[in-house]
Design a protein around this ligand. Structure first.
Ligand SMILES: *[C@@H]1O[C@H](CO)[C@@H](O)[C@H](O)[C@H]1NC(C)=O
Ligand SMILES: *[C@@H]1O[C@H](CO)[C@@H](O)[C@H](O)[C@H]1NC(C)=O
Ligand SMILES: *[C@@H]1O[C@H](CO)[C@@H](O)[C@H](O)[C@H]1NC(C)=O
Ligand SMILES: *[C@@H]1O[C@H](CO)[C@@H](O)[C@H](O)[C@H]1NC(C)=O
Ligand SMILES: *[C@@H]1O[C@H](CO)[C@@H](O)[C@H](O)[C@H]1NC(C)=O
Ligand SMILES: *[C@@H]1O[C@H](CO)[C@@H](O)[C@H](O)[C@H]1NC(C)=O
Length: 284
């Protein structure tokens, strides 16, 4: 079964410059030095789960300096049976919490249909023990590549989900600023069904080269389409044939120094290098 999980985004520029102390750069100085922008999208992990254990800078708003606990029963905070976050997230998450919009409502609001007055902390009514895994976090050693990139470049410690729901609507937000009303991974995403202008179209219109490399096992029940294939323009312009390529091609192009100006990478879905349970976090 294909799990449907919200996208977490790691947007990684290949040339983010750190100015030596005392030097002032204007945007023009560093912009001209950026040759390639590479965006890698992964499935949802919260900031606290993924980066909450990073320790290279005490200013990171993670979990190291908090004792973060929720009561087991959202309706009864006095109940002393707490679930607390700890540095014990598993490389392969043993559970995949329901992340439909209504499932997330239940986790956040303790009801499938929240009204404004019922805001609660992360909870899921049923079967809390396995779900408690979701508030645990990784140690820097478990996410070494990410830790190294964060330490040497830039880390944002406020992460937001455009749609508190599954993958494709969130990926549509990333690539076009809207899901066009879609709240589920419905069939429109499989058939070039979205009509809005995407970043891919905009790049082409501005003569900026781009590729959508992908390792998806595209097809109903098999995985997600690469994001460029959500959009009608991609098919009508012919970009479906020229600008979408397998992930292996990314490795070859990177090695040969022939990456386009803008690279957008979709992992497979959902059990290998996508971060979606049961993908091991170390492969992402
Ligand atoms: C995202 O991941 C966090 C941490 O595992 C979890 O609490 C949350 O329910 C997930 N949200 C969605 C929409 O999948
Ligand atoms: C949670 O607490 C409420 C209010 O005390 C109670 O009615 C409910 O049965 C409890 N749920 C569980 C799963 O213990
Ligand atoms: C998630 O929960 C909602 C609300 O109960 C339900 O309609 C949906 O079928 C569930 N999805 C999965 C994948 O279990
Ligand atoms: C893109 O290239 C075409 C063909 O060279 C040119 O006509 C067009 O003006 C260019 N567009 C932009 C936005 O630079
Ligand atoms: C994608 O491009 C190929 C080659 O141009 C074309 O034959 C095919 O029909 C296109 N696919 C879709 C779904 O439009
Ligand atoms: C693509 O994903 C599959 C699993 O779905 C994996 O076996 C394969 O090695 C991946 N390819 C690359 C180039 O990462």
């Amino acid at each position: 079964m294909v799990g449907l999980k919200i996208a977490a985004v790691a947007a990684l520029s290949s040339a983010v410059l750190a100015a030596p102390q005392g030097t002032t750069y204007s945007p023009g100085d560093w912009k001209s030095k950026i040759k390639n922008v590479v965006v890698l999208v992964e499935e949802n992990r919260s900031f606290d789960t993924f980066a909450g254990g990073l320790s290279y800078n005490p200013a990171i708003d993670g979990l190291l300096h908090h004792n973060y606990c929720n009561s087991m029963n959202a309706s009864d905070p006095a109940q002393m049976d707490d679930v607390c976050a700890g540095p014990r997230a598993n490389d392969v998450a043993p559970d995949d919490p329901n992340h439909s919009i209504s499932g997330v409502n239940m986790q956040i609001f303790s009801t499938y249909h929240p009204d404004e007055m019922q805001v609660d902390e992360f909870h899921e009514a049923e079967n809390m023990h396995p779900r408690a895994e979701a508030i645990n976090y990784y140690t820097p050693d478990q996410v070494r590549v990410f830790n190294t990139m964060a330490e040497n470049f830039v880390l944002f410690d406020r992460w937001f989900a455009s749609v508190p729901g599954p993958t494709n609507p969130n990926r549509a937000y990333i690539t076009s600023g809207t899901s066009h009303g879609h709240g589920q991974n419905d069939n429109a995403f499989n058939v070039y069904g979205l009509s809005q202008k995407s970043i891919f179209q905009q790049l082409s219109e501005n003569n900026i080269t781009w590729m959508n490399y992908q390792n998806s096992t595209t097809g109903p029940g098999l995985g997600f389409n690469p994001d460029a294939a959500f959009y009608s323009w991609t098919a009508t312009s012919g970009a479906n044939a020229t600008n979408i390529a397998p992930l292996d091609q990314f490795y070859a192009d990177a090695k040969a120094g022939t990456l386009p100006q803008f690279t957008y990478i979709n992992p497979e879905c959902c059990s290998y290098q996508s971060f979606h349970p049961p993908s091991p976090i170390t492969l992402g």
